[in-house]
Write a protein that binds this ligand. Sequence first.
Ligand code: FHN
Length: 482
Amino acid sequence: MNNRIIYTIGKTLALLILVCSCKSEKKKPVVVSEPIAVNYLEESKTDFDERMEWWRNARFGMFIHWGPYAIPAGTYNGKPVDGIGEWIMNNAQIPIAEYEVFSKQFDPQQFDADEWARIMKEAGMKYVVITSKHHDGFCLWNSKVSDYDIIDFSPYKKDILKALSDACKKQGIKFGVYHSIMDWHHPDAQSINYPEYNNASEPGGNPNFPLYLENYLKPQMKELIENYDVEIMWFDGEWIEEFTHDNGKELYQYVRSLKPSILINNRVDKGRQGMQGMNKADADYAGDFGTPEQEILEGSSTLDWESCMTMNDTWGFKKNDHNWKSAQTLIHNLIDVTAKGGNYLLNVGPTAEGIIPAPSVERLQAVGEWLSRNGEAIYGTEKLKGTYRQGNDILFTKSKGQNVYYAISLTKPKTEIIIEHVQAQEGSDIVLLGSSIPLEWTYTSEKGVKISVPSTVLEELDENHAWTFKIEGNEIVNKISE
Ligand code: FHN
């Protein structure tokens, strides 16, 4: 059979198939998913490192949990409610209609975005992540797809995220938002994990989680990213059964497509291993960094990670939670996280009036003062190749791109200190950060760098929390001794 005949038959067949399929399209619409222009899950290491660079250098950010839960502030019907403050709706089994009374009372007249940004700046924080919507479903911005927001539902009627985003920009602080996938208020977002909030759109109907994702959560992503210059999208509430690994990968792609430079935590998908926060290795889970919660990784990791922690025992404000960590604990946490190559996201829970609690502000001021003298050992540093610590009290960081090492002692040095993992450059000066006085030192391969620390230098430094030795030289990767 000659080629021409074969071509004609083939063409006729193709035409027939096309006509049939068109007819079937008329009967049932075929959703042809848009081709993904870019597959953000297959980003090159170079592009990934470039996108993460500012965040890795920043090291230290403020977490803010704020919403109507600050009104009950841990007490309901006159009784204290156990658990973290922002969970009071669930922990006290408050029906939606009753909780909405708090949302209608949420009127933070003392909120001053510029004051909050000043507090962050003076604390040495380089970015902020604020709850745009927590599990209770209340939105702190003017959402076009919801009336359950600060403009339409509360008496305050001003866009909190807009004010804070603008104030942070003035201070050079990167703006990020926390967003809960789980939503106890939206009729289609109900999860079987929380049947008490099963108020599906149609009476007796079933919640339609995919509809919530497509018609509510994703449009809100678009609003937040397009209107508030969001640099970090910090998801949470991903653990509910209705939200799948495929949902997670798709949501990651969608958010990156809205702003390719945006950073997204690993709670966008299903990989997180509980409060330890890092992804399981059994699949390709989406997310740019791991999220240990209320804990710091035991060791370091080859992956990016950020420990989020509270200053007391709650994220959202609780009027009776006075269990504040000391400023020294917060500073030591920051040093520990940095030496292990992570970031530290430290939480504040403002009051219903819009005030960051004084104990939080006092601690942030102390951290900021320490960073004003020792910041070069934190910002723009990387972890050492060999180890991050010597014994229990000395932690190491390294300036990126320079042979400059920082040995940070968590206890006040005696008149002599030995640093084992760095060989000081011959003829170089070793100083304590905050002092310009060069310290006497000798080096032996057996012992390491032996530094004399005169009491006069310590007295002049008047340091109370952690002492940083700045050493030019090279890392000794094979440890001398632990
Ligand atoms: O349930 C939330 C909790 O309220 C808080 O937002 C923390 C902070 O990361 N995340 C979840 C608990 O893991």
